[in-house]
Write a protein of this length. Structure first.
Length: 368
């Protein structure tokens, strides 16, 4: 469970009471949409781009937002987080004070745009198998520069993908998270081609790793690739780059948009599983503003939470109530939570019934 005692520091009293009600509503939403739809014996896996997390300034998370972020994470077992900033103060505070000793994390150093990639996991459900690495493409497999001036220039990923081997229940798997290059979004722009190429390269790289591990060790190499791919739509060439490498998604998230506008499918969870006993369960997108920082709460934040007092523009004058309402809806709530909804999937990791059935039938369970 998440730790909520920091709520006592929220001021003024009226806003503290309001946050308590919103946190209760968030807990109910998460219980209804996640806990009640999945099994405690399964792995609850998620990916979430938490916008400029620990970036300070306008993105400096308050006690209120850390309570909400912790509560959301605590309803899963393993969460890939993108856009963790080089400054880890708020991230470490989240892990130590709001999630606590039941949780651990692995993260990268800061790469492109001073961003880190992170995995946070519940230690009672997920085991880190001591294998982790940032992915650098081998010579000859690099991304070809999409510009016209030098078409032979070779690139690595704008933000280095991160792969870690975990085990949950009977299920051993390699989990890779990405934050793919964005650039300009014009369909025929060089930046879009670089975006598509990055997606293709990481998918093909992992597919080849799976083949190599199968040949060298004879073990089932299960690959899960997830994160912020900046994919346009399920039918777009950016998504096709994943599917062409043999990765598949699952019904509940196949056509799910994760941008707040509901127009873009930036985030994805895709699977290339060698283990035939693995089954996928429920999946979906969590609407992060359904219970907290709701649009209808704008007037409360403009009058009771203090954001009206923050200077606006280049002068030091407080915002008017109207401008504070607009600031809350357009900027504040995204800076406190994110500009991405969370994407999640249930992975059924208890193979004991299958194993016992094979033994009872006089068969080798490893061959089933």
């Amino acid at each position: 469970m998440s730790f909520i005692s920091s709520i006592r520091y929220i001021k003024p009293d009226e806003h503290r009471a309001f946050v308590a009600e919103r946190l209760k509503a968030l807990k109910k939403q998460l219980d209804d949409e996640i806990r009640d739809q999945t099994s405690d014996n399964s792995l609850r896996l998620a990916t979430w781009n938490i916008m400029h997390f620990s970036d300070g300034g306008a993105y400096d998370r308050t006690t209120e937002s850390l309570l909400y972020i912790a509560e959301i994470i605590d309803h899963f077992d393993l969460v890939a987080i993108q856009e963790v900033n080089h400054d880890l103060k708020r991230f470490e505070l989240l892990m130590q004070r709001y999630l606590g000793g039941d949780w651990d994390y692995i993260l990268t150093d800061a790469s492109g745009n001073r961003e880190r990639l992170a995995f946070v996991y519940r230690k009672a459900k997920v085991r880190f198998l001591r294998e982790a690495g940032e992915i650098v493409l081998p010579e000859g497999q690099e991304i070809v520069a999409p510009d016209q001036e030098d078409a032979t220039r070779k690139l690595q990923f704008a933000r280095t993908p991160f792969a870690v081997t975990f085990q949950a229940g009977w299920f051993r798997f390699k989990l890779c998270t990405v934050h793919i290059y964005y650039g300009k979004s014009g369909d025929n722009s060089p930046e879009m081609e670089q975006r598509r190429s990055e997606i293709e390269k990481i998918a093909v790289f992992l597919a080849n790793v799976q083949k190599t591990e199968k040949r060298s060790s004879g073990t089932d190499a299960n690959m899960i690739l997830l994160g912020d791919f900046n994919i346009i739509s399920p039918k777009h060439k950016t998504m096709q780059a994943l599917l062409d490498a043999g990765f598949k998604t699952t019904g509940g998230i196949e056509n799910a948009a994760t941008s707040l506008s509901g127009k873009h499918h930036y985030d994805q969870i895709v699977f290339k599983l060698a283990e035939r006993r693995v089954k996928l369960g429920a999946s979906g997108v969590l609407d992060i503003f359904k219970s907290v920082y709701r649009s209808e709460d704008a007037k409360h934040y403009a009058t009771k939470s203090g954001i009206k007092k923050v200077s606006h523009g280049r002068d030091d004058n407080p915002r008017t109530e109207e401008k504070a309402i607009d600031y809350f809806r357009q900027y504040y709530r995204k800076h406190q939570l994110s500009d991405h909804n969370l994407l999640w999937c249930e992975v059924k990791t208890d193979f004991s019934g299958h194993y016992l059935d094979a033994v009872a039938a006089g068969q080798d369970p490893r061959s089933m």
